[in-house]
Each structure stands twice: as C-alpha cells, then as structure tokens.
Design a protein around this ligand. Structure first.
Ligand SMILES: [Zn+2]
Length: 324
C-alpha cells in the first residue's frame, strides 16, 4: 500500500475495505493504547480529524495528482477504487467523481438502508430482473472454490429471506466465469490486490462487463477467530449488487461521508450490514443483515416470496457516475 493510496482512501473518508481488513486485524481502528481502547467519542473525534485532514490534502490536488494517487486494480480491465470498494470504470468517470465529490465536497443531507441513485433515480433491478440474478463462481478460486460457493450462497439466502429477490448460481458457467460471460448476470472471481480491499461489487445500473464480485486473496487469510468472515463480507457486497450504498455515508455516522447520491429507506442504522465497523459502526461480529436492513430491502423489492410492494423501479439509463 503506497502512501498516496492511503491519502486517497482518506478522501474516500476512511471507508475502505482495506480498512475492513484492518478492522479484522485491528490495524485501521483508532489505535488502542496501553490505557485501553478509545471511547466512542475519542474514536469519533479521531476519525473526523483524519477525514478532514485527508479532504484538505485532496482539495489542493489536480485531477492528475488525484488519479495518480487513486488505487487502480492491477489487471486487464482493472477499475479505479474509491470509497473502499466502489469501482469506477475509467479515467473519464474518475474525473467526474473528482469534480463532483472531491473538489466540491457536497454537504451531507439529513436522512438503515439507503439506495444508490444516479440522476435522482434509484439504481435497482426491475420486477423481472430481480428474480434472475444469476452468477457463476470461477473455478480459478481453486481450493477455495467450494468455500466461495457455500459462503456466497449463504449471503444470497440472507438477502432472499428479507426481500423478494432471487439469486441463482449457474454452476455450468463456473469454468468460463469471466466478465464477458453473457450467460449470467454477474461473475464472482478471485483477484490479488494485496489487501487494498477484501472484496468489491457493483450497482445494478452497471453494464455486464463491470458486474463482477471480486474477492481478494486476503479474504481467505482471515482467522476463524476474526470478527469479520467471508460470509459477512459477501452479505455486504451483495447489498451493493441490489443497489444499497454504504450506510456510513449518512451524516449521522459523523465520519466516512461519501456523497449525496442516494435516498434513505429507513432511519439511520449504525448496525447495518452496509455500515463499515470502523466508521463508527456498531456491529461487533461478522456483518449481518439487521431488522432495519430487512425493512429497507423489502420496501424496495417487496417482502420475500412475492409479498408485494416495491420492485417496480427500472434500472437507470444514461447513468454516468458508476457505469461504463
Ligand atoms: Zn461496500
């Protein structure tokens, strides 16, 4: 991890999956001292101070400096990563992000679950698409393939139990599970990004080529005793795949603000599966879906099993911020 990438991840306002990894190891949390862990107020003050300092540093940057300092996945088709685990497809869209979200730093709006918006429209699956969320799990996971299949199945079931959505693993595509495989909605593949993030996903408005759930090899190095495990990581990432943003971008978190391109579905929930623990979140174990998350998800897609409500939104067209 370079110093410059640390700065940018500060612009993402400390909301990084790498920080999630750090959280699992204790590395990115406000440091504990011999006198004991910091109080909530101390941690909040430290986080706000660090975030503000990062914003001030970034404000003096040119776009070229910002781009050079932003982590980019080191493989063909690799994306820029902002806000911890949010991919931006190319330099043009990164410039948009820089101009709208870094230089201008929009003020937080008052607002547990929040849905991503582009151009003021929710980016969610429509009433047909939400039942056909097919995916493959690359055989390139090798000895970890079975674990990923099991853990992602558990994560998809967790969302299916709270909202009227349906994921399907298409095993027949596992051996050809690439970003260009048109037989599935998204692919799940291994990457080696050196712990820059544990995993990253996509939003529903994105084109097939960028609808990937990528899992870094460091996700397989978590100790069984760590609080965060792959299943919880995937519950969080799959939340993005049905349109949910980081809960900690809401002003109530007091830190980790990202942008205002979302609308609230529930009251602020510091326990939310979409809330990074190190951003003043309050989940103390593996990331799980809360009752507030369940309420938000069902308000958007309907209750599980076709309980009506929600699900009528069309995927946005002409999206520019995250899509290619
Ligand atoms: Zn995330």
């Amino acid at each position: 991890m370079s110093r410059s990438s640390t700065i940018v991840r500060g612009i993402a306002v400390m909301a990084t999956s790498a920080a999630l990894a750090g959280c699992a190891t204790g590395g990115s949390r406000p440091s504990s001292t011999a006198a004991g862990p910091p109080t909530y107020e101390e941690a909040q003050a430290a986080a706000e101070k660090a975030a503000q300092a990062a914003r001030e540093r970034s404000r003096g940057m040119t776009f070229e400096q910002f781009e050079a300092a932003t982590y980019k996945e080191p493989f063909p088709g690799g994306k820029y990563i902002v806000n911890g685990d949010t991919p931006i497809v190319d330099s043009k869209h990164l410039r948009e992000f820089f101009e709208k979200q870094v230089q201008q730093e929009p003020a937080p709006v008052a607002g547990s679950l929040i849905v991503n918006q582009v151009g003021g429209l929710d980016t969610i699956w429509n009433s047909t698409e939400k039942y056909t969320l097919t995916y493959c799990v690359s055989t390139e996971f090798g000895p970890h393939h079975d674990q990923v299949v099991t853990d992602i199945a558990a994560a998809t079931q967790a969302w299916e139990q709270v909202a009227d959505v349906r994921y399907t693993h298409v095993e027949a595509q596992d051996a050809s599970c690439t970003a260009s495989n048109q037989n599935v909605v998204f692919d799940v593949r291994p990457v080696d990004v050196g712990g820059q993030y544990l995993a990253r996903a996509f939003f529903p408005n994105e084109p097939r080529s960028t609808r990937n759930v990528l899992i870094d090899k460091t996700s397989f190095e978590l100790n069984p005793g760590d609080k965060l495990q792959l299943t919880g990581i995937l519950r969080h990432e799959l939340g993005h795949t049905i349109g949910f943003r980081h809960e900690h971008t809401r002003p109530e978190s007091g830190t980790c603000f990202e942008d205002n391109n979302w609308r609230p579905l529930t009251d602020y929930d510091p326990f939310s599966v979409m809330h990074y623990p190190q951003c003043n979140g309050t989940q103390t174990g593996d990331l799980v879906i809360t009752s507030s998350d369940a309420t938000g998800a069902s308000s958007l897609y309907g209750a599980p099993g076709g309980g009506g409500g929600g699900g009528g939104g069309a995927p946005c067209t002409g999206c520019t911020l995250y899509s290619g």
